[in-house]
Design a protein around this ligand. Structure first.
Ligand code: 8YV
Length: 309
């Protein structure tokens, strides 16, 4: 008999087929009554943003593995996982470049008015000679990166290739990067023209990009977030944009996904994405393969490929 697993979030059809071939997969939104199957569930597969809510975790008495299809562990209570000897795995390495690409894509989209330009052409405004504002160059600008981990570093490499100057903030200065370190986020924001959020989510980073940081970024400043919505005080961000205290934003992540503050929807100095930074065929396939290997290793009693707990 195939083992039962709980799937919290849809994956690529090819990955779901492989899961279905090896396991009896219960997709949570389609499960009529969780208590009936809960005692049989030893593994949960989920996304980084979705994680496993505490009530689901406590409803699964035999849970031994949470395989995250992503790198974020902030939506899983790792302390509870440790206490209950539940392994937690992620998919490190394979999504770094795509997430960094999304940061640059959002920056260019915001700075060069790519979305506005697309709408202008589609709406037939070009032949009418309607006016469209000029964009802003990125070359030579200062990018401040919040979080100099793998993703932060990949963004920094790209920024350098664009002729930008890079500074960063992290919990400590990194001796192996040559960029300017700012111990305080307000300092970083003050000396940056573009602030890119690439830090890990979770209790330690909740709301650290607050009203003061946004104020320091200033009316010409651009905020890019490809990490977690929780890192930015979203109400403060909306207010800062409404009052022109920052200039623009490119956002892939939000505090309460899939809900986006309605005020952002009407702002044309903001480019929005539905949490898509790792959403390429190549990367999602590589992530999915890692999930499959972790789940298979767990059921075989073998060493897990990429455990964090
Ligand atoms: C994915 C993420 O979109 O890696 C993460 O933590 O949030 C993203 O890469 C997600 O895991 C898939 O839902």
């Amino acid at each position: 008999m195939k083992p039962d697993i709980l799937l919290m979030e849809r994956m690529m059809p090819r990955i779901e087929k492989a899961l279905n071939d090896a396991y009896t997969v219960h997709y949570l939104p389609d499960v009529p009554a969780l208590p009936a199957i809960a005692p049989r569930i030893r593994a949960v597969v989920t996304g980084g943003g979705t994680g496993v809510p505490p009530d689901i975790m406590s409803a699964l008495p035999q849970l031994g593995l949470i395989a995250i299809n992503g790198i974020g562990t902030d939506a899983v209570d790792l302390n509870v996982a440790r206490q209950r000897n539940i392994h937690v795995t992620t998919t490190p390495g394979v999504l770094t470049d795509d997430v960094a690409d999304m940061a640059i894509a959002l920056l260019l989209a915001v700075s060069r008015g790519i979305v506005k330009g697309d709408r202008y052409v589609r709406d037939g405004k070009w032949p009418q000679g309607a006016s469209i504002p000029l964009g802003h160059r990125v070359t030579g600008r200062v990018m401040g990166i919040v979080g100099m981990g793998h993703v932060g570093r990949a963004i920094a490499r790209r920024a350098e290739a664009f002729g930008m100057r890079v500074a960063y903030n992290d919990v400590r200065e990194m001796t192996d990067v040559g960029f300017t370190f700012h111990a305080g986020l307000e300092d970083l924001a003050r000396s940056s023209e573009i602030l890119v959020v690439a830090a890990a989510g979770g209790a330690g980073s909740r709301g650290i990009v607050n009203a003061k940081v946004l104020e320091a970024l200033g009316p010409e400043g651009t905020l890019i977030n490809v990490a977690r919505g929780s890192i930015v005080d979203e109400d403060a961000l909306v207010t800062a944009l409404q009052q022109g205290r920052i200039g623009a934003a490119g956002l892939d992540v939000f505090a309460h996904e899939p809900d986006v503050p309605p005020a952002l929807l009407g702002m044309d100095n903001v480019v929005l994405q539905p949490h898509r930074a790792s959403a390429t065929v190549e990367t999602r396939l590589a992530m999915g393969e890692m999930v499959l290997k972790n789940v298979a290793a767990f059921y075989a009693g073998e060493k897990l490929l990429s455990p964090v707990v």
